[in-house]
Structure formats: C-alpha cells, structure tokens
Design a protein around this ligand. Structure first.
Ligand code: ZN
Length: 175
C-alpha cells in the first residue's frame, strides 16, 4: 500500500487543501479544498500535484470568457462559430433535444414508450447512461429515478456544499 502524502494546508494555484476526503465514491486519494473565490471542492490528489486542477473551475471559466471576449484572439472566432453552429435563434440545439427526449414525462429521466405502453427510467452519471427498468406508471419510473439519483448524486452534492436532492420537490415540480 502506497503512503499518502498529507497535503493539508498546501496551496495549489487558487486551491488550499483543507483536509483529506476519505468518503468519496471513486478510486484515488481525494482532498477537500477551498478555492480563493470561496467555493469548496473535492479534488483528486494526483490532479493537484500535477497542476491539472488549480481552481474550483472558476479560473477555467474566466479564461474561456476572456478568450471569447478578446477580439484579437483566434479562439474568439472559433468559440463564436461553435456557438452559432449549436444554436438557432439563440436557442441551444442541445437543450432542445434534451427537452424532446424528456417530452413524454414531466419527470427527469422518465420517458413513455408508445409501442409497449410502458414507462422507462434512465439515469446518466459520469458519462454513463444506465437503464433503471420499465414500469407501468409514470410515478413508479420517477421513483426509480429519484432513488438512484439520490444514491449517486447526493454524496457528490453534499461533499461540494450543495443541498441534496429533495424527493418532495422532484415529485412536485418534476425538475
Ligand atoms: Zn474558484
């Protein structure tokens, strides 16, 4: 077993390590960090040491924004073109297609299959889509989604200082 070097108190770019995060659902050594902007974030120790992660994400977002705003930047043209490709009348095509795929249910991750007359639930986590089953009612499919969503997302949300998912809100608003 390799020895873990304590990074507590060390600074990596805009991040200061607060302490070790042992309860993290991924392989590797993770550290609780506080960003200069005030956001806390859990970061892989390896990414800290190699300099891959130097902020909570605010540096990267600012860099992208500066790049898009700088008229002399070759990236400005590229990012504008990319934005135009992806949008019609200012509407992002990606978001449209997301709405279409969820069109048959007000609940996230739930869709109706006309051919079978059944409801299905799917969840996407870390780029992987998982099928959660087929159900005779929309509410059952929604319940399957929220159960899995809470299991997968809540630890990540809590570790990053956010509110866990609320079942009540999900059922009332369908997200
Ligand atoms: Zn930040």
């Amino acid at each position: 077993m390799s020895k873990v070097i304590d990074l507590t108190g060390k600074r990596f770019g805009k991040l200061v390590v607060v302490g070790r995060e042992t309860n993290w659902p991924a392989n590797g050594t993770f550290w609780k960090c506080q960003c200069d902007c005030g956001t806390s974030r859990i970061v892989n120790g390896w990414k800290l040491r190699t300099g891959e992660t130097v902020s909570c994400g605010c540096s990267r977002r600012k860099k992208a924004r500066d790049r898009a705003m700088n008229p002399n930047s070759k990236f400005r043209k590229m990012s504008l073109e990319k934005m135009n490709q992806d949008s019609v009348d200012g509407t992002r095509l990606k978001q449209l297609s997301m709405r279409v795929s969820q069109h048959s249910s007000k609940y996230k991750g739930v869709s109706f299959h006309k051919s079978s007359g059944m409801w299905t639930a799917c969840i996407k986590f870390q780029q992987h889509k998982r099928h959660l089953g087929t159900f005779s009612t929309e509410q059952e499919a929604a319940a399957a989604y929220i159960t899995e969503a809470k299991r997968l997302f809540d630890p990540v949300l809590i570790a990053n200082g956010r509110e866990p998912l609320s079942t009540e809100r999900y059922f009332k608003e369908g997200y």
